[in-house]
Design a protein around this ligand. Sequence first.
Ligand code: SAH
Length: 341
Amino acid sequence: MKNIYDYTLSELENLFVYLGYKKFNASQVYDWIYKKRIKSFNEMTNVKKELIDYLNENFILGSIEVVERQEDIDVAKFLFRLEDDQKVEAVYMHHDYGHSLCISTQVGCNMSCAFCESGRLKKRRDLKTSEMVEQILAVEKELNLRITHIVLMGIGEPFDNYDNVMKFIDIVNCGKGIELGARHITVSTSGIVPKIKEFAKSDKQVNLAISLHASNDELRRKLMPIDKAYPLDTLMDAIKEYIGKTNRRVTFEYIMLDHVNDTKENALELVNLLKGMNCYVNLIPYNETSHIDFKKSSQERIMNFYDILKKNNINVTIRREFGSKVSAACGQLRANHEEAK
Ligand code: SAH
């Protein structure tokens, strides 16, 4: 069986035309599954019986299910079971600007970042496009609201699952589907240079975030093995190329790790690295996890770091902290779940 949520509108149109149906039947089906959120193809009252039969025989309407939900103020975390019994998670966050959802792109992750929970469990497989789309649909149903912002910052490296992620963006962005504005979608990468270049050419209007986390190669290499393959100068060149092509502002994520990457020297190095670039830095208070030794920088160290960037005209914000009670660091819920077994 195929999963209907794997299909972009144009793929569905092509399929229907190929089968002898009309192109507009695809828009009708899209309307039923994404606007009306039906649970069975039989509910599509304006679609021919014959096409409904075809869909029932060949397609499933989704495959993932919510197996656990944890809540705290303004945050809710969901653990999903996939059809092969693998688990991934998504985190809902309530912001003053809207309802944001952080979704997973892979089962596990191969990037092996020293501070990250997701990477402790190696990648088992990529998520299918439908499994990413369904995380949104499932959370909207659970919370009875419409998500307004998507960040691809859950478990996995989006650019290590590039094709499925690009298709996911098309489906979510489609006016006849979930209809989320491209500017409300953010893809975050640890820095896979060839994919950043490909992404620059792809003409997608979504936001790009780069997990930087260090101000020099020596330090970054210790935290993020990907730096060995793509050191900072290559990474920065690719990002400049992206900015040149798209004219879009890039976000740099920088986790604040106590006495690891949060010194005055680090801040000044960062200023040098980013000076004159169309970018902003998001300082992220580290979300401590029981399995990893890094500690979160003190409020004072974060503020000092922030001030140095600010004084040197780097756009900078400090990320609001969510959900330390709900094991909200990427991969924590899944890791706890796996270890309990
Ligand atoms: N692989 C992608 C996206 C997933 S991680 C990437 O690396 O960008 C999303 C972000 O959360 C990354 O910036 C990652 O470094 C960060 N992160 C991972 N573990 C964290 C933790 N315990 N606390 C805070 N941020 C964390």
